[in-house]
Design a protein around this ligand. Sequence first.
Ligand SMILES: [Zn+2]
Length: 375
Amino acid sequence: MKNVCFFTLLLMTFSVNSQKKTPKIIIGIVIDQMCYDYLYRFQNNFSENGFKKLMSRGSHLKDMQYNYIPTYTGPGHASIYTGTTPKNHGIIANAWIEESSKSIVNCVGDPSVEGIQSSQLYGKSSPHRLNTTTITDQLKDKHKESKVISISIKDRGAILPGGFKSDGSYWFDYGNGQFITSSYYKTEMPKWVKKFNAKNNALSYAQVWNPLLVKNSYSSEDASPYEKVINGKSAAVFPYDIKKLCDLSQSFEPFTMSPFANNLLTDLAITALKKEKLGQDEFPDMLCISYSSTDIAGHVFGPDSKEIEDMYYRLDIELGRLLNHLEKSFGQDGFVLFLTADHGVATVPQKRVDEGLSGGYVFIDKVVPRPPQKK
Ligand SMILES: [Zn+2]
């Protein structure tokens, strides 16, 4: 599947309570590549405890639009948490050519820092390319006792929401399968994260991915020509033996495109709430969670796939588990939660072409002639 992350359709915001007093904790949830229409498309198979609870008990903004392009993960997370556009916050794409060095830089790449508990590739990251503060920074400016923790599978999904003053931003190392951070934040990994990593090996979450529900519950077909066939598979169909695919690729990438990475991240969120004692005093804390696997799988299978549909049914259960923990810990009115997406996704263009609808691909070489090659 080609990169189809061009059009973003909607921003959703939920608030679980309507109370006036200061909440003990604010939970920000970003679901990477979630289109607003999934709420309705998948609604019949959602539980009462996840998305549907947020929709029925919260405020639901249905007609919001993005006022910038490109709607990628970096600009999306930065815009949500800074409240401004790429022109101001500086995260204009996931990667761009930096004028001073004439080299391609990653939006959170930072060669001046070192990874903590990470393999070489994934730890050299920080928010140093952000030009403005985030809501999380503002919270810490207001109350220095407030705590901010930010987690995601993707580095940018954790780093940009956590801003400059986060008390801990943790993301997933595709090389060693653990949650990592960088020397920008810490000199040493906190004990609770070390313990979590030791106890919750990613491979122990990696099961055989089969559809959760019976066959006729799904609106999407399993086999489709618009999906990518991943290494180790002969077709883009269930089941996916995630552990076997990780062994085969010698990486945790197949894990990150599976629903089991969402389970791991939810467990990290619940552990962070407990171990960092979030929401336990009068100073409001903030926990930022960004679920990345919806986007990683979205790029492989596309928005009309059975795999994506199944992932949302499973994520709905994870949201229910998280909400249940929050309600038990803080009471129904003791926290504020918002859920949104950094961007949506368009139908695979070839599908539209094949169906005789408008759409298609733009090949840049045909639009902008290449400059003549130097001899
Ligand atoms: Zn994204």
